[in-house]
Design a protein around this ligand. Structure first.
Ligand SMILES: Cc1cc2nc3c(=O)[nH]c(=O)nc-3n(C[C@H](O)[C@H](O)[C@H](O)COP(=O)(O)O)c2cc1C
Length: 416
């Protein structure tokens, strides 16, 4: 027979007749041969956490050792004033600087269906500490004010069956995780990101730089000036590599921008912006798209600049501002640029801005009744500090002469 899995159960209540403790005691009786469930007895002995304090108190050492030795943790806690009981939060605070909970499978049991705030708060803390939540095995069993003993509860199917089912799912999840880990140990795998959390979705907001401004696309205010700057005869080339053709007239242009802006309703992807040149005129559009908060990946695209905005310091600053927001404010890990592989100006621009060429997807798209191979570029969060320094040096007022011409190129400043 294989060694039983060790489950550490922690009740967030210090009460002797705690219903959360009762739930865990009942689970301990129901744990079948493949699980051994031990209840942590020392929560009430853990002193108040103080980062200044040196040395590890015995109850904290016991908590850390018990978590480390366990294959999984079950937590069951009451809610106090819409939050976690101080004793439990205090114990978790002691674990913030450690790795005990990193990737540790954790399940939440709950004896009170009303305590939704405490459950959410506990989950947030655990995820922040790197725990791996096993949602399938979490269970709520109403026991508030239940005065029965664990032995009596075991013979009540309404209580025993959901607990036993949750323990079975817990056992299956741990076994599957262990199998995955064993496979991963013998195969190359990517850098661990134990504290990774999905990133925020970008919002409709404005950005201001020294030379440029970016505002959420507002067709009512921007359609007319954008029509003048992007859809004049001299700007017709700007549509060659875009999905759409030049609009027949102002009316069609306005309808198109209404559709672009309307996509903000249900989903912010693509999230369109109007780009303003140095004199403050709307002179281009662009969008965040392919926004994947769960992976921290985002693309900048739908870039359409008027001839007046192209190759200006405002245009470069706009790219910098949108990149900086994605990396520094939102914490994304990957920033993408892609274009028709035949769009030489776009490919040159990507490299100049600091993107790394990744390769070409052949026959990636059919658009305008023609084939498109797509060239892919990216900047990662590892590369970003270097790319950002280049932008900041290039955008400094001292890098331009009286006519606004650059003294040193972006690539040369990035290389320094
Ligand atoms: C100080 C205090 C504050 C409480 N606040 C809440 C609350 O905000 N929401 C809630 O659903 N229950 C609240 N309760 C009720 C407890 O969560 C509930 O009685 C729970 O079953 C107690 O768990 P225990 O039996 O494991 O000690 C509170 C209880 C106490 C003592």
């Amino acid at each position: 027979m294989s060694t039983p899995l060790r489950i550490l159960a922690i009740s967030g209540s210090l009460r002797d007749r705690s219903t959360n403790l009762l739930l865990l005691q009942t689970a301990a009786l129901l744990a079948c041969v493949d699980l051994r469930l031990e209840i942590f007895p020392e929560l009430g002995n853990i002193p108040l956490f103080n980062p200044d304090r040196t040395g590890v108190p015995p109850a904290v050492a016991a908590l850390r050792a018990s978590i480390q030795a366990a294959d999984a943790i079950i937590l069951s806690t009451p809610e106090y004033a819409h939050g976690l009981p101080g004793a439990l939060k205090n114990a978790l605070d002691w674990l913030v600087s450690g790795i005990e909970l990193t990737d540790k499978p954790v399940v939440l049991f709950n004896a009170s269906p009303r305590s939704v705030y405490a459950q959410a708060a506990l989950r947030e803390v655990l995820v922040t500490l790197g725990a791996r939540m096993l949602d399938d095995a979490c269970v709520t069993i109403p026991l508030t004010a239940d005065m029965r003993t664990p032995q009596q509860l075991v013979s009540d199917p309404a209580v025993a069956q959901p607990i036993a089912a949750a323990l079975q799912r817990l056992s299956a999840s741990i076994t599957a995780l262990a199998a995955n880990r064993a496979a991963a140990a013998s195969q190359p795998i990517g850098r661990a990101l134990p504290k990774w959390q999905p990133r925020p979705i970008p919002e409709r907001r404005s950005f201001s730089g020294r030379y440029s401004r970016i505002e959420p696309l507002d067709p009512i205010r921007h359609a007319e000036p954008l029509y003048a700057s992007l859809c004049s005869d001299s700007g017709a080339d700007g549509f060659t590599y875009l999905p759409a053709n030049p609009p027949a007239d102002r009316h069609e242009w306005r309808s198109r921008l209404d559709i672009y802006a309307a996509s903000h309703g249900a989903s912010p992807d693509p999230l369109f912006f109007t780009l303003f040149d140095e004199s403050g005129h709307p002179a281009g559009i662009s969008a965040y798209l392919r926004i994947a908060p769960e992976h921290g990946s985002i693309e900048i695209g739908h870039i359409h600049l008027s001839p007046q905005l192209q190759q200006t310091r405002a245009a470069t600053e706009i790219q910098y501002l949108l990149m900086r927001h994605a990396f520094d404010d939102l914490g994304y890990r990957r920033y993408e640029w892609k274009c028709d592989a035949l769009n030489a100006p776009s490919r040159r621009a990507a490299l100049r801005l600091g993107f790394r060429f990744a390769g070409i997807f052949l026959n990636a798209i059919v658009y305008k009744q023609r084939s498109r191979d797509t060239a892919w570029f990216s900047i990662t969060d590892d590369e970003w500090p270097h790319v950002r320094r280049g932008f900041e040096a290039w955008l400094a007022p001292g890098n331009f002469d009286a006519e606004g011409r650059q003294l040193q190129s972006l690539a040369s400043l990035r290389a320094q």
